[in-house]
Design a protein around this ligand. Structure first.
Ligand code: DAK
Length: 259
């Protein structure tokens, strides 16, 4: 049973895993301005919460992960209002999940469109229900994906495929998403939440520092030359050496051999 956190988000924290549910099923969990503000605030809070080792994002209602921007809300605003809103939100929204140090998983349980897919692209790992449908329809609406997809999608699936998907705006299913490498795996609809939670638990059970440092080193691989990334990897490795987390693990392993 989901626990309300705000009027449009649920939050449940159990055994090191925070489950964040986008809760606007009447609107296919489309991103209202309020929900976006709440998500930004919550991400910061969860990143600082010592009880949280990994975060799973999912949509309420079983039909949609998130159908993108709330088009009804946007349609009622003037260009000036949209301009002001974007000026405020863009820098906060564009990296609010990707800048988290805790690992994040998008459990994509249905429609994952536009800004919804851009939100999922900020997550470290995406798992999809077989019923999931993806798409970046912005160009068909007279815009372009403006919350990161033009940069993150090519890195995830390659430039040519990203161009095909963004320039046509076509929808595609979970199998294709898996073949493209956009999702790590596709699972039966009814097992999605359990699968994503189990994955998050496995990650959260590992020593916190090594998980965080590994994530940051992996992120660096996408943003620097190899030589810079290898340097970053070395610094990340050395900082793990200064923690005690590894000692017990290695001693137990060595003791097993001695016994
Ligand atoms: N926003 C608001 N409400 C939405 C919604 C959305 N994005 N998507 C669905 N809903 C609402 C529907 O209006 C409907 O509400 P009621 O009529 O029941 O009150 C309810 O969810 C159920 O939707 P449907 O009856 O349409 O359900 P179906 O199963 O038939 O279809 C669907 C589901 C997700 C395929 C369909 O609803 C759909 O195509 N939704 C729109 C998806 C979409 O295009 N999302 C936008 C992605 S692009 C901007 C302009 C554009 C953008 C940003 C800014 N400016 C002008 C600044 C675009 C950004 C994007 O994210």
């Amino acid at each position: 049973m989901a626990t309300p956190h705000t009027s449009e988000l649920d939050l449940d924290i159990e055994r090191g895993v925070a489950l964040v549910t986008l809760n606007r099923p009447h609107a296919m969990n489309a991103l209202s301005i309020q929900m976006r503000a709440d998500l930004i605030e919550l991400a910061t809070k969860l990143d600082r919460d010592a009880d949280v080792g990994a975060v799973v994002f999912i949509g309420a209602g079983g039909k949609a992960f998130c159908a993108g921007a709330d088009l009804n809300e946007r349609g009622q605003k003037s260009a000036q209002e949209l301009y002001d809103e974007r000026r405020y939100f863009r820098s906060r929204w564009i990296n609010f999940i990707s800048s988290m140090v805790k690992p994040t998983i998008a459990a994509i349980n249905g429609y994952c469109l536009g800004g919804g897919l851009e939100l999922a692209l900020q997550c470290d790992i995406r798992i999809a229900s077989e019923q999931a449908t993806f798409g970046l329809p912005e160009v068909t609406l007279g815009f372009l994906p403006g919350a990161g997809a033009t940069q993150r999608l090519p890195r995830a699936i390659g430039l040519q495929k990203a161009k095909e998907l963004i320039l046509t705006g076509r929808r595609f299913g979970a199998r294709e998403a898996e073949e493209l490498g956009l999702v790590a795996r596709t699972v039966p609809h009814e097992t999605l939440l359990a699968g994503a939670t189990e994955l998050a638990r496995t990650i959260a059970a590992n020593p916190r520092l090594s998980v965080i440092q590994a994530k940051l080193a992996l992120n660096a691989s996408q943003e620097t030359f190899v030589s810079g990334g290898l340097q970053f990897e070395n610094e990340a490795w050395l900082s793990c050496l200064l923690s005690d987390a590894w000692k017990g693990k290695l001693e137990r392993f060595a003791g097993r051999k001695d016994a």
